[in-house]
Design a protein around this ligand. Sequence first.
Ligand SMILES: [Zn+2]
Length: 290
Amino acid sequence: MRYPNFIVQPTKNKILQKLERACIHNCYPELFFQQYLLKQNNPFKKATYSLTFDFDFESDIEAFDLLLDKLQQYHIKAGFAVIGKFVKKYPDIHKKAVEQGHEIINHTYTHPNNPHWAANRYFNKLSYQEQKDEIYKAHEVFYNILGIEVVGFRTPHYGNLHTESVYDILKELNYFYSSSTAANEVEGFSAPFWHKGILEIPTGCSMHYPLAIFDSWNMLRKKNPFILDDKKFIQEFEITLKFIQENNLFLTHYFDPYDIIQNNKLDAILHILQDIDTKLYRDLKEVVSE
Ligand SMILES: [Zn+2]
């Protein structure tokens, strides 16, 4: 993967990587973001956004009902990366999500490395068979309890814990897509691309942080670059979406339900999304072919 028209290019060296990020984020983030995204080939051919949520904690399940109400109020369908063990424990709320037309994304059975029950069990360190069991078991639970054949997957924690072996497992299961990478680390320029027979849908960034993932974990919890001015998170989202809209591009993000609601950001996000076409990942099936 090479960045278009820039002196700075991706490197595996951790120190250089840090310098590179600082350089781009401090010197020319907007230019980088714009030139990077303008290279993409948007399969929908018009401005399109895919909204997704990851349900990793009990607190996300507690936020589920309110999230569904809000999505209904704003007429937006979203993708929900959920774990098999929560679907088993809380079948009704997941059924409600399916009935309301939202998409279920396989996020493994137990979400390895979850600090509450498996802090030291890393997905990328599991054997091929263990990874397969995590994915297959969740798939079965979704089929048996929700009555649906899921077609997509998201690796728990993305990037660092994502492994190439996933694609072989997804292929065996006849899955259509994975959304387990960060846009700046893979090809596609933030749009979906084929990898080992599976459509990979990278999670997107934002105008001023083109090398980060624009999610609630990075932007509201871990480093929170908007700590001094809370309004900037939504301003960043808005300015990013405006560029997508004006240039007929594709973008997708994921948020954690509890965090986004707790930080009072959900309404503003859904309000901004009223101006753009929103699609589910499974809708890509109509517009792409390998
Ligand atoms: Zn997760």
